[in-house]
Write a protein that binds this ligand. Structure first.
Ligand SMILES: [Zn+2]
Length: 170
């Protein structure tokens, strides 16, 4: 089901306005590449169906994503001579899933390479280990970090017995 108000559901009709061009289409996905921008080859992989966010992926889109993502990133890398292809998924700006496939090449790349905003400094943990942390966002409470680890594990391994805890930062 498509959304008539969604610019990505319009498919190729709005590609010109969005300054992209369709370069590949499968039964469930399409890949567009920017025609204007800071980085040649910057591309967007989106489902043909109106799947709002990555957390809504299901059905054939969910099943096919691995192969489609591999093929698309390999083509972006080969065509641009990039060292790596970064994949960003945000979701706050446009309510139709689109993955940013960004060819990265050092030096002088304009890409963000860290998901945490701002400058960083080194901090010594209670056990003497040092970590780089944001100047603006302090380290989260360890119990909150642990609850997230356990919550994610429990959802993905509902019948698993208590797992061994691996050594982590603390
Ligand atoms: Zn849509």
């Amino acid at each position: 089901m498509n959304d008539s108000d969604c610019v990505l559901c319009a498919g190729t009709a709005l590609d010109g306005a969005l300054m992209v061009e369709e370069v590949w289409r499968t039964d469930t996905w399409r890949l567009t590449t920017a025609t204007v921008g800071e980085l040649a080859g910057y591309s967007y992989l989106s489902p043909l169906r109106h799947v709002p966010h990555v957390t809504d992926l299901d059905g054939e889109e969910a099943r096919s994503l691995g192969g489609v993502l591999a093929a698309a990133t390999q083509a972006v890398k080969a065509a641009t001579g990039a060292d790596l292809v970064y994949v960003y998924v945000f979701g706050g700006g446009l309510d139709h899933l689109h993955m940013h496939l960004a060819p990265h090449r050092e030096p002088g790349s304009p890409l963000q390479d860290d998901p945490i905003k701002g400058a960083k400094h080194q901090q010594t943990l209670s056990d003497g280990r040092e970590v780089w942390v944001s100047d603006r966002y302090p380290l989260q409470d360890r119990e909150l970090m642990r609850a997230a680890v356990e919550g994610i594990r429990a959802r993905l391994n509902p019948t698993a017995s208590e797992p061994e805890r691996s050594e982590d930062l603390g």
